[in-house]
Ligand binder design. Structure first.
Ligand code: SF4
Length: 310
């Protein structure tokens, strides 16, 4: 079997049903996400400006600067024709970090005009020829402007992959799993979605339930309760073991069609005893949280409570 024919789930780190993992993330992202104005444009120049500005500045502060910059220099031709001192002055006035970035952006606008006839190239390799545009930024512009990029692997994405799929802390492994996971030809939505996951759910202190993370049912960290990551060397503060037990319930139900309460209980805690401290009442408390989140469904069958994933 050639490499191209291998099943998409061939990578050991990924769950068998990679399609379900992909769908869950894209649906979660499309249902709700932070609104940044550059997410509404496909103009490569506007996207490049947002990427360069975000390298050193908090996203919330970038919005106003980005809007003002584009109002003043709406196209690469306008920026290329500007006086460099004005561009650098703008950068300082808006506290956007190293002034070199302003110089490079100005230079890159000139390259677009002079070397590329005013049209941005669409390939990451060609985009990297622009002044100050490294592989990460080139890929981001190719993805968000042209839907033509590779999987983004930044610190946030590494943290997500490490926790969710137990990917070893190794750059090649992250690259490989990230590439396997990205749906072919969908870099725009995919890179936005996985970066959003790292930005609002799988932050250093994760918000698995609070942000309704779509990967809870597959997530290794959610199951084991170990939320350390390459950039989070010690266990972050979180709500504690209830989350860990909820994770275990979701995993266990993923392996069975349905289970009665007393079949499920001992799989979650070895000391489960129906009438004990960790018994039915305790288990039903966890299940009702998961039902509120739309993850599990309980019903009655022959007088017994049975539980299944939704
Ligand atoms: S379940 Fe939690 S730890 Fe796992 S990917 Fe989602 S937010 Fe991250």
């Amino acid at each position: 079997m050639s490499e191209a024919d291998e099943p998409v789930g061939a990578d050991d780190s990924l769950p068998e049903d990679v399609e379900a993992v992909r769908r869950a993330l894209v649906e979660w992202y499309e249902a709700d996400h932070r609104e940044f104005p550059w997410r509404r444009t496909e103009d490569p120049y506007e996207i490049l400006v947002s990427e360069v500005m975000s390298q050193q500045t908090q996203l919330s502060r970038v919005v106003a600067a980005w809007e003002a910059f584009l109002e003043r220099w709406p196209t690469t031709a306008d920026l290329a024709a500007a006086d460099r001192a004005d561009v650098v002055g703008f950068w300082s006035d808006h506290s956007l970090g190293y002034n070199n970035r302003a110089k490079y952006l100005h230079e890159a606008a000139g390259q677009i005009e002079d070397e590329f006839g005013g049209e941005f190239p669409r390939e990451p390799d060609e985009l990297s020829e622009l002044m100050g545009v490294g592989p990460y930024t080139a890929n981001a512009v190719a993805s968000f402007a042209f839907n033509n990029g590779d999987a983004v692997v930044d610190t946030n994405v590494k943290r997500v992959l490490y926790r969710a799929f137990d990917v070893p802390d190794d750059d090649d492994a992250f690259e490989r799993v990230a590439a396997d996971l990205m749906p072919e030809g969908e870099s725009r939505v995919w890179n936005n979605a996985i970066m959003e996951l790292g930005g609002v759910a799988c932050e250093k202190t994760p918000e698995c339930d609070g942000a309704a993370c779509p990967w809870r049912e597959w997530c290794h960290a959610y199951e084991t309760g170990d939320f350390t990551a390459p950039d989070v060397p010690t266990q972050p503060a979180f709500e504690g073991s209830r989350r860990q037990f909820r994770g275990r319930i979701v995993r266990t139900l993923g392996e069975h069609d349905e289970l009665a309460l007393d079949e499920l209980g001992p799989r979650i805690r070895v000391d489960y005893a129906p009438e004990g401290e960790y018994g039915r009442e305790w288990l039903q408390g966890l299940l009702s949280d998961l039902a509120d989140d739309g993850i599990v469904r309980t019903s009655e069958s022959d007088g017994e409570v049975v539980v299944r994933l939704r």
